[in-house]
Design a binder for this molecule. Structure first.
Ligand code: SF4
Ligand code: SF4
Length: 432
């Protein structure tokens, strides 16, 4: 029937007394900071490298504020697409409203793994192994040559892919014959003592087991500037654990790190890291996810190593007189460096150094995102994301890459065949 058959009354309708409906039953809004600002925005979705190449991935806005709203009454399960987020944290950096996206993603991923993932599934076992790389590396590095031989064998790689879902497309990162900590012990610890200039080095797993030359460069450069460097007992920063929803593992590691570093803060040390994901973890993810005594102080006093020198020393002045052999670098800024506002520092620092040519290869994500690109089912996505970076590297003048992140470095090498260096290694060459 049309409205014409029911002419509208011109008489005002008599209404019952207005009774508001209670939307939030407990009377509390309970909205996390900024989470309501995004009804008309989707900036984060436009910056997500996974959403760009994977049409099935609903993007950061869904993984964060939307999923959080759906789950408010606990009658909806976490969507399994949360496991396709690579934890690159680019969405955090992009959000104009301060929505704590990565905190929401990490919390949702932790809940998904705890409550919805079978602990006997191949995915869980594989992810647990990848997330606890530090434990694996501690064992493997006891017999580095044998481990490298076994893990480098193509048959073992294919078996790993079949049994665990770890891609056989990538070369296993070789263990150094002597870890950074072994080198540190053998040289007798710090060579410089200072009451005023003190730093505690958080080397993380990769610099310790795979690229000790980065840690050695860090020590030599800081000692050159008169710093007393100490190397505290430490565990993994937790980055691969957050990315795989293993929050209990991450909290155990964080509690060791925070306790050791807190003691050193009291003695006047600041914390420095050579890996941008490690500094990101200590600065942002720890205080977002855990409540540990001293956690805020550790976060507030942690720096990326070049950042620290740029704040406290005249690094430009020191480099003005430096010269190195002619070298051209294709520099990639890791996403986690970008999130800390450090994406331009290596280029700014080295562009005037005699003999150095530095080219920034753009703002794309490398695509590996720690353990993400090691998963068989994510390998293709990871390589598609990395395509822009590979092309820009090929177009750049240099045939040596540079980055601060160990896994970006693996992806750069994998996609181009280039040798990859850490900025600290060039700084060591220029200054020491
Ligand atoms: S960028 Fe921030 S405000 Fe915009 S949709 Fe994403 S979370 Fe919401
Ligand atoms: S962390 Fe990275 S992959 Fe995950 S939703 Fe945000 S931008 Fe996308």
């Amino acid at each position: 029937m049309s409205d014409a058959e029911f002419p509208q009354s011109t008489e005002p309708t008599v209404q019952d007394d207005f009774e508001p409906v209670s939307v939030f039953e407990d009377g509390e809004m309970d909205l996390r900071p900024g989470a309501d600002n995004c009804y008309k925005c989707s900036v984060c979705d436009t910056t997500c490298p996974v959403a760009e190449v994977d049409d099935d991935f609903p993007g950061p806005k869904f993984q964060g504020p939307e999923q959080w709203r759906l789950k408010r009454k606990d009658d909806v399960e976490v969507d399994d697409s949360i496991m396709s987020c690579s934890n690159c944290m680019r969405c955090d950096d992009a959000c104009p409203s301060g929505v704590p996206l990565s905190q929401m993603h990490n919390t949702a991923r932790g809940e998904y793994v705890d409550e919805q993932m079978s602990k006997l599934s191949r995915e869980y076992v594989r992810n647990r192994i990848l997330a606890n790389y530090g434990t694996l590396a501690r064992l493997g590095s006891k017999v580095p040559r044998l481990t490298n031989l076994v893990m480098g064998n193509s048959l073992v790689q294919r078996l790993n892919e079949k049994l665990l879902g770890i891609t056989a497309e990538r070369d296993f990162p070789a263990f150094a014959t002597r870890t950074f900590r072994e080198w540190w012990r053998e040289r007798g610890g710090p060579q410089v003592q200072s009451e005023d200039k003190r730093v505690a080095y958080f080397h993380g797993c990769y610099s310790n087991y795979n690229t000790p030359e980065v840690g050695k460069a860090m020590v030599r450069v800081f000692e050159e500037f008169g710093y007393e460097v100490v190397v505290p007992r430490q565990r993994c920063s937790g980055t691969p654990m957050f990315a795989n929803g293993m929050l209990d593992d991450a909290e155990r590691a964080a509690s060791v790190n925070v306790s050791e570093l807190s003691d050193l803060l009291e003695e006047g040390y600041d914390v420095i890291a050579s890996c941008t994901s490690c500094s990101m973890s200590l600065r942002q993810e720890y205080p977002e996810l855990f409540q540990l005594s001293g956690i805020e102080e550790v976060a507030a006093n942690t720096y990326e190593s070049l950042e620290y020198l740029r704040i406290h020393e005249d690094l430009d002045g020191a480099l003005a007189d430096a010269a190195v052999d002619e070298q051209a670098f294709a520099y990639h800024a890791p996403c986690h460096a970008r999130n800390q506002g450090l994406d331009r520092q290596a280029v700014e620092l080295f562009r005037e150094v005699d003999g150095v040519e530095m080219e920034d290869v753009g703002d794309s994500c490398s695509g590996i995102s720690g353990t993400y690109g090691w998963k068989e089912e994510k390998y293709e996505t990871s390589m598609k994301i990395g395509e822009d970076m590979f092309e820009h590297m090929h177009d750049a003048a240099g045939e040596v890459g540079m980055t601060e992140c160990p896994t970006c470095s693996m992806q750069m090498e994998h996609g181009t065949g280039y040798e990859i260096k850490h900025p600290l290694q060039l700084l060591e060459e220029a200054l020491c």
